[in-house]
Design a protein around this ligand. Structure first.
Ligand code: AMP
Ligand code: GLY
Length: 428
């Protein structure tokens, strides 16, 4: 079967790679920049902006694609699934209306409140700069200010940690008041991704991402510097009871969308804060996480092409998505200065990476050389029977790269995991 993959990052390289493990599947790609990894897998590539839905649909028809798999959120918001399905091409990814679970933070919170879905923090949505500013002015304690729309994971401001009251007010004014303001949650974050076919939800291993740019979780928020998962597909600071609650929250969200007549299919990504009171929803995403897709897809032993077919048919069950009982550690290399003032155009040289999978992201091939661009460059995923083994594989590959790139050495280390587990114990 022919599958069109939309998107050109590390996540989409992992998606294309997993689809292509079925030797009968032919991959086609639409991406903004030529990702060398996807380029090597795809039979044909269209270079175009991922939000140009009419060009994407035309390319899908021209190549005879049977299905499409949408990687990033921007094309979902642009309605690419609506257009592809209008042209008879079933897609993995929600329609524009169903993708509002991610693309409109006010919609997401209101849905959780109206449907009494557990795990919703106290929140208020605003539409006026004066009202939002007045609310912050008169509020005691910490707050989180979030623009309602997409920000690539970089739009949140935490008052009490990153900004003070005056800065929070200035920020919400810069958004024209179009924001969700909510309580600040304290705890440990985890990612739960699931395949969803409209009614059935099949979970994938838990992953923890690292948003902050620098070691020790300091510096600005990024798209994600790396992530890890454990052989039992759980995390030590998430109990079975927490896990069941998180799954229940995701299932309730899917059921609520169905009741609204906006059936959700694709990948649902739940970003949770595990608090003293259990898991709370930081946000839902309407797609795989990047980097988290690289962790779980590197472990997937089932046929992703069949999962695509089953998601679009509505016949997915847990037996269709099985994962190897191993640990993964993903480390992203990013350009110097990333994310605030990334330096692009630098050649990098890769060393040996015998014990890690390589996923390309925002990097160009210029002859035999690789040249950085402004976003995350490439990632290594180590896999092992233990976290230590997986971490060693990823770390030795990442540190063998030379050029103006850097990575976080602490991701996937036992020390970091123990710090997080101790933090959770302290909260409880
Ligand atoms: P988002 O753009 O929603 O993924 O948020 C980016 C980051 O901001 C998250 O990974 C959290 O670390 C933090 N964050 C978002 N919402 C909250 C909240 N209500 N309380 C504490 N931290 C939050
Ligand atoms: N890793 C976070 C995201 O993809 O949104």
């Amino acid at each position: 079967m022919k599958i069109l993959v939309v998107g050109g990052g590390g996540r989409e390289h992992a998606i294309a790679g997993a689809l292509a493990r079925n030797t009968k599947t032919e991959i086609f790609s639409v991406m903004a920049n030529r990702n060398p990894g996807i380029d090597a897998i795809a039979k044909k590539v269209l270079l175009c902006r991922e939000t140009e839905t009419s060009r994407i649909v035309a390319f899908a028809k021209e190549t005879g694609a049977d299905y499409a798999f949408i990687g990033p959120e921007a094309p979902l918001e642009a309605g690419v699934v609506d257009s592809l399905e209008g042209a008879g091409i079933p897609s993995v990814g929600p329609t524009r209306a169903a993708a509002r679970l991610e693309t409109d933070k006010g919609f997401c919170r209101d849905l959780m409140a109206q449907e009494a879905i557990p795990g919703c923090p106290r929140y208020r949505t605003f539409d006026s700069a004066d009202e939002a500013a007045g609310f912050i002015e008169n509020h005691d304690g910490d707050l989180v200010v979030k623009p309602v729309g997409l920000t690539g994971g970089k739009g949140v401001r935490i008052m009490g940690e990153q900004v003070d009251r005056a800065e929070a007010i200035a920020y919400v004014r810069s958004l024209d008041g179009k924001a969700v303001i909510e309580e600040r949650l304290l705890g440990e974050e985890f990612t739960l991704q699931a395949f969803v076919d409209g009614t059935h939800l099949v979970p994938m291993p838990l992953v923890q991402d690292h948003k902050r740019a620098f070691e020790g979780d300091v510096g600005p928020n990024t798209g994600g510097m790396g992530s890890y998962s454990l052989p039992d597909h759980m995390l030590p600071f998430v109990t079975q009871a927490d896990y069941k609650k998180a799954i229940g929250i995701m299932k309730s969200a899917v059921a609520a969308m169905e009741r609204k007549g906006q059936s959700y299919k694709g990948v649902l990504y739940g970003q949770f804060m595990n608090t003293a009171q259990g898991p709370k929803v930081i946000e839902f995403n309407a797609r795989f996480g990047d980097p988290e897709a690289m962790n779980v897809l590197s472990l997937l032993t089932s046929d992703l092409s069949e999962i695509v077919y089953r998601i679009t048919e509505g016949t997915l069950s847990p037996s269709h998505a099985e994962f190897a009982p191993q640990a993964t550690v993903c480390k992203y290399l990013v350009p110097e200065g990333y994310p605030d003032s990334p330096h692009a155009g630098d050649p990098i040289t890769m060393g040996e990476h015998p014990d890690a999978l390589l996923y390309y992201a925002n990097v160009e091939k210029a002859g035999s050389r690789l040249v950085t661009r402004t976003s995350r460059t490439l990632a290594f995923v180590g896999i092992g029977d233990t976290l230590e083994e997986a971490e060693r594989g990823a770390e030795s590959a990442a540190s063998a790269v030379s050029g103006r790139v850097r990575h976080r050495r602490d991701i996937g280390t036992r020390e970091l995991l123990e710090r997080r587990t101790a933090h959770m114990k302290e909260l409880r």
